[in-house]
Design a protein around this ligand. Structure first.
Ligand SMILES: Nc1ncnc2c1ncn2[C@@H]1O[C@H](COP(=O)(O)OP(=O)(O)OP(=O)(O)O)[C@@H](O)[C@H]1O
Ligand SMILES: [Mg+2]
Length: 323
């Protein structure tokens, strides 16, 4: 049994199609990341899983039950996006309140509250009012609240939003510990570097459609990708190289550099030869390591041509543009 399963999941809000036939599966013990630009449909998908929003078409199951089934919610911890806790609470009283809602006995709560707040690093301030907390402290409290009733599945919508680098590392370590003890984590994040470090699998949503899915290793796997730069003042023969079946993309960094992607069976040698024939001087050539961020940017660009260049207008020179 998969922990989360969606099949052709579709959601429309009036004329807005927030999800268009999304099918994915999350297995027990995985840390699964859902990525996508603002408005891609990530929060909508999470809210459907939790029964907070009704699906339009398709199916979604959580722990083997249709999404929204009463009783399943108790086995799931949830950190909402933009959560607002009542400011008159302290971390302790808030945890006590949520714990009682989830049916955690008082004696367990007394032990579990300081323990969980310690895990997220705010135990020292647990008796201060939430209104005196920094953004990152509130976020840590949000995570603690999601763990209070020891759920099997933890759903985190932007878990490290506003958390400082040390805190983010602590949260990653906490997620790794939870995974080791058999918990499943499903998260949304815009911090691709972090997702790459912590997730087993990721799915990329683009305007409500699932456009890529796989393990981090599968997605970031390199099949011949090079970064190349010519001597100053020389322009790269984009057209000639493209005609030979390579994909060329200009990079913002380092200035004047291009990225060349091979198709199956191609090597970089014919490109070098062509440069030599044209009397161009190579200054830099390295095989590129693809990061999750690279994969994400390319996926978005492929699904929506021009979006990358428009967004970075001014930062990068167009491909083939002279000096
Ligand atoms: N209650 C609602 N009523 C109408 N439209 C909505 C509602 N909630 C979300 N939408 C729309 O659905 C789409 C997906 O929104 P969603 O919040 O799921 O995106 P997201 O991927 O979580 O984005 P972000 O990264 O900004 O959090 C957007 O176009 C949004 O405007
Ligand atoms: Mg969202």
């Amino acid at each position: 049994m998969s922990i989360i399963e969606t099949h052709n999941l579709t959601k429309t809000y009036g004329r807005i199609e927030a999800l268009k036939g999304v099918s994915l599966r999350v297995e027990k013990g995985q840390i699964y990341g859902l990525l996508g630009q603002n408005g891609a449909g990530k929060t909508t998908l999470i809210k459907i899983l939790l029964g907070l929003v009704r699906l339009t078409e398709g199916a979604a199951t959580l722990l083997g039950q249709p999404a929204g089934t009463v009783g399943v919610r108790r086995r799931v911890g949830y950190l909402p996006e933009d959560h607002q806790f009542p400011h008159y609470h302290t971390a302790y009283s808030l945890m006590d309140f949520y714990g009682s809602l989830y049916g955690v006995p008082a004696s367990v709560r007394r032990r579990k509250i300081p323990e969980t707040l310690e895990l997220v690093g705010i135990a020292g301030r647990m008796h201060s009012k939430i209104k005196t907390y920094s953004k990152g402290m509130k976020q840590r409290l949000g995570i603690a609240q999601a763990l209070m009733h020891d759920p099997e599945l933890i759903i985190l919508d932007e878990p490290t939003d506003g958390v400082d680098p040390m805190g983010r590392k602590e949260i990653r370590e906490l997620m790794a510990t939870l995974k080791q003890s058999g918990h499943t984590i499903f998260l949304n994040s815009h911090l691709l570097g972090e997702v790459e470090m912590i997730c087993d699998r990721v799915a990329i949503l683009q305007r409500g459609q699932l456009v890529r899915e796989g393990t981090i290793a599968e997605l970031t796997q390199q099949k011949g990708l090079y970064v190349l730069r010519l001597a100053e003042g020389q322009s790269f023969p984009v057209e000639a190289v493209t005609q030979r079946g390579y994909t060329v993309r200009s990079l913002a960094e380092p200035p004047g550099a291009v990225e060349i992607a091979m198709s199956d069976g191609q090597t970089i040698d014919p490109v070098i030869q062509l440069l030599v024939e044209r009397g161009l001087s190579l200054r830099h050539l390295v095989e590129q390591k693809q990061t999750l961020e690279d994969v994400f940017m390319k996926t978005v660009e492929a699904a929506e041509p021009g979006v990358d260049r428009q967004r970075r207008r001014g930062a990068a020179r167009p491909v083939g543009g002279g000096n």
